[in-house]
Design a protein around this ligand. Structure first.
Ligand code: 5GP
Ligand code: ZN
Length: 113
């Protein structure tokens, strides 16, 4: 996708601090961390968000979650963490390429909305 920020990060035309990469997905540090550990896990293929998840891309989406669990472990988040995927305007999605936030490293607020 030409004008997608995260596709540009996948392509390497926009730099990022990578923490994990394989053929299907990439994990990198969020540029504006909301917690001591704030990492984004994204599929390398462009999927616009949770509303575009379907049977055809379920494999790569599941892989992103497996990687998120591995990254959280590697980051030492044994006390807990949160996985968030904002979908659409009401959730405040700002980048329309599917991403899973990994948030941890402190006691997180229980507020959901
Ligand atoms: P959303 O608001 O769509 O759920 O999450 C988008 C996230 O991408 C935000 O947490 C924001 O800080 C992060 N972000 C936006 N632009 C960049 C960038 O250029 N590099 C990195 N590493 N993160 C970014
Ligand atoms: Zn994209």
């Amino acid at each position: 996708m030409e004008n997608c920020l995260f596709c540009k990060i996948v392509a390497g035309t926009i730099p990022s601090t990578k923490v994990y990469e394989d053929d299907l997905c990439l994990a990198f540090r969020d540029i504006a961390p909301q917690a001591p550990t704030h990492i984004l896990v994204i599929p390398k293929e462009h999927i616009s968000g949770m509303s575009a998840v379907c049977a055809e891309n379920a494999g790569v989406v599941a892989h992103c979650l497996v990687v998120a669990a591995q990254v959280a472990k590697a980051e030492g988040l044994e006390n807990g963490y949160r996985i968030v995927s904002n979908c659409g305007d009401d959730a405040g999605q700002t980048v329309h390429h599917l991403h899973f936030h990994i948030l941890g490293g402190r006691k997180l607020s229980l507020e959901m909305a």
